[in-house]
Design a protein around this ligand. Structure first.
Ligand SMILES: [Zn+2]
Length: 227
């Protein structure tokens, strides 16, 4: 990985195996290319692959005129391969019993290419904040977390943008951005997994982004996961 025999992209030789290498590398960097979605790894260099190469060159390499081509030994390939061997993972400082949440948090780490740091999980007693007795934490179905090198606002947004690649269809989730004015212990992202029987999809809520929003949990959007 990280080695190609000939150029890939616009006007490139586009050998099948080289295109697969570049497509795989792009997908590993897709969290840096929001709102682009994962591209199909099919060894064919089509418009999505070329667009993704150009976006990467413009945004990550800062190239004023992206040529949409990856050359052997070139700068684009080197940058795409950066941290290639790094396996992003989830660090738990608190127990989270829900296996499904483990799977989703790991996918979030891999797709957004950043470690997940869980700061709270299972709870047996409600926090001393108003009306939270139905918290999914009490059912051992929620985790609070941050992601390395991303702000909580970016995590909240990127999880939605890449939702189709992170969440599973047929399951209902609660995703909350607790902002700087939160009624909870401090700004963080919350992900819960509702029991079967709820409407499916990712129910995105914002709490405490402003002083007036403290303690209110409006649903700002629901993302339907199609798989
Ligand atoms: Zn929480």
């Amino acid at each position: 990985m990280g080695t190609i025999s000939a150029s890939v992209g616009q006007g490139g030789a586009n050998r099948h195996v080289d295109v697969i290498t570049v497509q795989t590398l792009i997908n590993r960097n897709i969290g840096r290319l929001t709102p682009l979605r994962l591209i199909k790894v099919d060894g064919r260099c089509g418009e999505h692959t070329i667009l993704a190469i150009k976006e990467f060159q413009t945004r990550i390499l800062g190239m004023p005129k992206a040529d949409g081509r990856v050359d052997p030994g070139g700068r684009t390939l080197a940058k795409l391969s950066e941290n290639e061997s790094k396996a992003f993972r989830v660090y738990y400082s608190h127990a989270v019993s829900d296996d499904h949440l483990h799977a989703v948090l790991l996918r979030a780490a891999q797709v957004l290419r950043a470690d997940v740091r869980v700061t709270s999980g299972d709870r047996d007693k409600a926090l001393k904040v108003g009306g939270k007795n139905r918290s999914l934490h009490l059912q051992h179905r929620a985790a609070d977390f941050h992601m390395t090198s991303l702000t909580d606002a970016m995590v909240f947004r990127n999880l939605q943008t890449h939702g189709q690649d992170i969440f599973f269809p047929g399951i209902a989730y609660e995703l909350i951005h607790h902002g700087p004015y939160t009624e909870t212990m401090g700004e963080h992202v919350h992900l819960g997994h509702y029991p079967v029987g709820r409407l499916t999809g990712v129910h995105c809520k914002e709490e405490g982004l402003t002083e007036a929003g403290k303690g209110h949990y409006p649903t700002v959007r629901v993302i339907n996961i199609t798989g």
